[in-house]
Design a protein around this ligand. Structure first.
Ligand code: AMP
Length: 194
């Protein structure tokens, strides 16, 4: 299963991906986690990305594509992956399309978690208090939501036009949301198999 999880910051992509990877038996690839690891390790990529991430803006497409290309060449993605946090703009969606076509592994599904902004803001406040991620500061969250609306929301349309997008209500208990995503994936693969 090659799956992209879409949704605004704080929509639960990371939490749901961590649960789904167990069910689906494929790795969870979070570009945000990879970048945070690079920042923590002080790599050249991390040094370039840190200020941009702290401001809630998007790190450059070149850096992301190089990172993703490297990750998708590893052995553990042979049976698929759950991609969380990529693509975040149309150029990245295009790049992903090309990259997957090149390795002969097209996406099976794209699931968008739908969560209203008021809920997102509340969730990020809670995460900010617990984890102190600079980009969960309420001021930065507003900027991230703006970046999402302007740059990432069109990515959902991109996949919708290709008949790949499924929208799932992301508000509710964790189990409930996981169940909705699984039902969407099952319905999608039943439709694909005719
Ligand atoms: P996330 O944990 O997915 O919310 O990502 C945290 C931050 O990492 C984002 O606010 C961006 O600064 C950066 N980031 C993660 N994924 C991408 C991406 N695909 N393109 C550009 N920047 C990204």
């Amino acid at each position: 299963m090659r799956l992209v999880l879409l949704g605004p910051p704080g929509s639960g992509k990371g939490t749901q991906a961590a649960r789904l990877k167990v069910e689906l038996g494929v790795p969870h690839i979070s570009t945000g986690d990879m970048l945070r690891a690079a920042v923590a390790a002080g790599t050249p990529t991390g040094l370039k990305a840190k200020a941009v991430m702290d401001a809630g803006k998007l790190v450059s497409d070149d850096i992301l594509l190089a990172m993703l290309e490297e990750r998708l060449s590893q052995d553990d993605v042979k049976n698929g992956f759950i991609l969380d946090g990529y693509p975040r703009n149309l150029a990245q969606a295009d790049a992903l399309d090309h990259l997957l076509a090149k390795i002969g592994q097209p996406l099976d599904a794209v699931v968008k978690l739908d969560v209203p902004n008021a809920v997102i803001i509340g969730r990020c406040e809670i995460r900010f208090a617990a984890e102190h991620r600079k980009d969960d500061d309420p001021v930065v969250v507003r900027d991230r939501l703006k970046v999402y609306a302007e740059q990432t929301a069109p990515v959902a349309d991109f996949f919708e036009r290709r008949g790949k997008l499924q929208v799932v209500d992301g508000v509710g208990e964790l189990d409930e949301v996981t169940g909705r995503v699984k039902r969407a994936l099952d319905a999608g693969s039943a439709a694909a198999n005719g």
